[in-house]
Design a protein around this ligand. Structure first.
Ligand code: URA
Length: 238
């Protein structure tokens, strides 16, 4: 959570209305980290200990789960050493301090989940849960029957063998093909590497779903909260 004004903090903890909270502050009944505070401008974060009439007041850290449609040209991290735009620039209106669950390449667009729930993120990114991820891609060339079989069986990439994946040709003009690719892992640039391996490099890559969460008609650069059903569907995968 970012810093917020003391009276807002007290109100959001459900202690009093914001106006009443201002009165409490003026009356000298509020302390921050042991110090009585009577001015209104002070800001607090979740790390501060706020007391009203000697009793600590705490804000339950609200857990947030967000689906973002990441455009190309944003980096999936909280900060970038080269000063590029990050996905956090797209969720500035979210009060909580969220972070991306896994990643999408700078040049990939589509569904990216963000949360402030570390357990949730761990569960989704741990290979043992094998959460299904679906991509739509435009490829150079036309994947052969043999290439599709190799996708199913597993491809040797760098030092690992990919787990069974699926490639379905949606349409092709003989030179360029639109395909749907389903994988259950999330290794670095995995889809691009798999497509290179079968001789059909990726021209465009979009992630359209993760488990039961789909991009649907979410506009590029926009986000929405996950529904309870979507959140629970990941918890059920334990
Ligand atoms: N595979 C890739 O190659 N890139 C992504 O961004 C996601 C999966």
């Amino acid at each position: 959570m970012k810093e917020i004004r003391l009276q807002k903090y007290i109100a959001e903890c459900g202690i009093a209305s914001r106006r009443k909270a201002e009165e409490l502050i003026l009356q000298g009944r509020v302390r921050i980290n042991g110090e009585t505070v009577t001015q209104m401008g002070r800001k607090v974060s979740l790390n501060d200990i706020v007391e009203v009439d000697g009793k600590p007041v705490k804000m339950e850290k609200r857990k947030v789960y967000i689906a973002l449609n990441k455009p190309v040209g944003y980096i999936s991290s909280v900060k970038d050493q080269f000063g590029r735009k990050t996905v956090l620039d797209l969720v500035k209106d979210v009060k909580e301090r969220v972070f991306p669950v896994g990643r999408l390449d700078y040049d990939t667009s589509g569904l990216l989940l963000l949360t402030n729930d570390g357990d949730f993120s761990y569960r989704l990114t741990h290979p043992k849960h094998e959460i299904k991820k679906v991509y739509e891609a435009v490829l150079m060339g036309v994947p052969s029957k043999d290439a599709i079989m190799q996708f199913n069986k597993g491809l040797q990439i760098d030092d690992y063998l990919t787990s069974p994946a699926n490639l379905e040709i949606l349409k092709s003009d003989g030179k360029i093909s639109k395909v749907r690719i389903t994988i259950h892992e999330g290794k670095n640039r995995q889809v691009r590497k798999m497509c290179n391996k079968i001789g059909c490099p990726v021209i465009k890559l979009i992630r359209v779903s993760i488990g039961n969460v789909s991009l649907g008609d979410l506009k590029e650069g926009s986000w929405r909260n996950l529904t309870d059903w979507e959140i629970n569907s990941f918890l059920d995968e334990r």
